[in-house]
Ligand binder design. Structure first.
Ligand SMILES: NC(=O)c1ccc[n+]([C@@H]2O[C@H](COP(=O)([O-])OP(=O)(O)OC[C@H]3O[C@@H](n4cnc5c(N)ncnc54)[C@H](OP(=O)(O)O)[C@@H]3O)[C@@H](O)[C@H]2O)c1
Length: 394
């Protein structure tokens, strides 16, 4: 099917006819005119064009209809129409003009919320837009930035242009890192903070707020700890220590940072969880519980704070070479067993986690929220490796 013919056919299939009446009786007309050229083009062009119109054609009553009208208004903007026409012409090799019309009055003004929504759509949804793959001008609070994954996250975000505030419990190690970061020209500041203590978390967010003018673009809840024992051997102190450091601190920091993230206009939370919160690994039950709960927290906050334009995602690493697992991996038999059940046949590096964290904070990922994404060399995907099924728990 040619792109143009397909476009019309698809439109007709979804609207009843190309200019047809809708279920609610309104006449919502979607017109595409093609001033020049033959009505030909690629199927791919049609598919993508159709995707561009999803919001316009989606449901015709209730909230869906409202969204639909907002989308039509968005595409009524001359600059976006030009952009869509350009994109379409590059897909189909033909030039056509877009004249989207909805049941809404043609000159209905946009509400302030719609205007800001449209501005966001323009900067994020436009391929090649300046700033799409950059963090210039952004501010970030990253917990546990002195070692392992957190350290590389701090460096990744700073190298991409963000000003970063980080923390750990050890003043001397923070000072050492700070010297290195200054030498690299990174804009990083630090606080000594034990995240398992409520008052210290409050002070940390106050510090970050003071530094960044009561606004924050990015919160990365990275710091975490583990005590690996058989479940029957855990003490009450083990339980409260791991819970407070991993789960309670992440939850409380999100709470504390909410007004700052909201004030930024487009906030981003990334929780560093673990594949231990997705599948059952042997040992570390409390740790796994905290990580599973953090994955759920991600979904809840993504829904609850979407209205504040705050996105929340989790990054769930598999085994990554850091001080957290150094002792575990010193046992070569254990390391071989982990590698043996990893289809990519190796452990991960902190920089393979930080790249995803950075992506999730960029304008290029503005429609991704509420997700838990594993960085694990495909350990968590059920698959057959060299003829045998990978079984959990191992
Ligand atoms: N490495 C892995 O294989 C792996 C796999 C899955 C998930 N993860 C997760 O990734 C995150 C980072 O782990 P990592 O491997 O990079 O750990 P790491 O090498 O042990 O580094 C942890 C960082 O967090 C800080 N930290 C720990 N407890 C803290 C507290 N109570 N208050 C303030 N800072 C604290 C540490 O500094 P101080 O100790 O000096 O305070 C350090 O800067 C954790 O959430 C972990 O669960 C790691």
């Amino acid at each position: 099917m040619s792109g143009w013919t397909g476009f019309q056919a698809g439109l007709a299939a979804q609207t009843g006819s190309n200019t047809g009446a809708h279920q609610d009786g309104s006449r919502e007309q979607l017109r595409l005119t093609r001033p020049t050229g033959r009505q030909t083009g690629s199927q791919a062009g049609w598919t993508d064009t159709q995707a561009g119109w999803t919001g316009v054609q989606a449901g015709r009553t209730g909230p869906q209809a409202d969204r639909s009208r907002r989308a039509v208004r968005q595409y009524r903007r001359p600059d976006l129409q030009r952009h869509l026409a350009d994109v379409c012409s590059s897909w189909s090799g033909r030039n056509f003009a877009l004249q989207g019309v909805s049941a809404a009055p043609v000159n209905a003004p946009n509400t302030p919320a719609e205007t800001s929504e449209m501005a966001g759509a323009e900067t994020s949804a436009t391929a090649g837009a300046p700033g799409r793959w950059s963090l210039h001008g952004k501010t970030a609070l990253v917990t546990g930035g002195t070692r392992g994954i957190g350290r590389v996250v701090v460096e990744e975000l700073a190298a991409l242009g963000a000003a970063v505030h980080t923390c750990s419990r050890k003043e001397a190690e923070l000072a050492e890192r700070l010297k290195e970061w200054e030498a690299k020209g990174f804009r990083v500041t630090v606080s000594v903070c034990d995240l398992s203590v409520r008052e210290q978390r409050e002070r940390l967010v106050r510090d970050a707020g003071d530094r960044f003018g009561s606004k924050l673009d990015i919160l990365v809840n990275n710091a975490g700890t583990n005590r690996k024992k058989p479940t029957t051997e855990y003490s009450a102190e083990d339980y409260s220590f791991v819970m407070a450091t991993n789960l309670e601190s992440a939850y409380h920091l999100c709470q504390l940072a909410h007004p700052l993230l909201k004030a930024s206009g487009s906030g981003n939370i990334v929780l560093i969880t673990s594949i231990a919160g997705i599948v059952a690994l042997n040992g570390g039950t409390i740790y796994a519980m905290t990580k599973g709960a953090m994955n759920q927290l991600t979904k809840n906050l993504a829904c609850e704070w979407a209205k504040d334009n705050i996105r929340t995602n989790s990054v769930a690493p598999g085994y990554i070479f850091t001080s957290l697992v150094e002792r575990l991996l010193a046992n070569k038999e254990f390391e071989a067993s982990v590698v043996g059940r990893t289809p990519l046949r190796r452990l991960g590096e902190p920089s393979e986690v930080s790249s995803l964290v950075a992506f999730l904070c960029m304008p290029g990922s503005t429609y991704i929220t509420g997700q838990t994404i594993s960085v694990d060399g495909v350990q968590t995907a059920p698959c057959v490796v060299t003829g045998r099924r990978v079984n959990w728990p191992v």
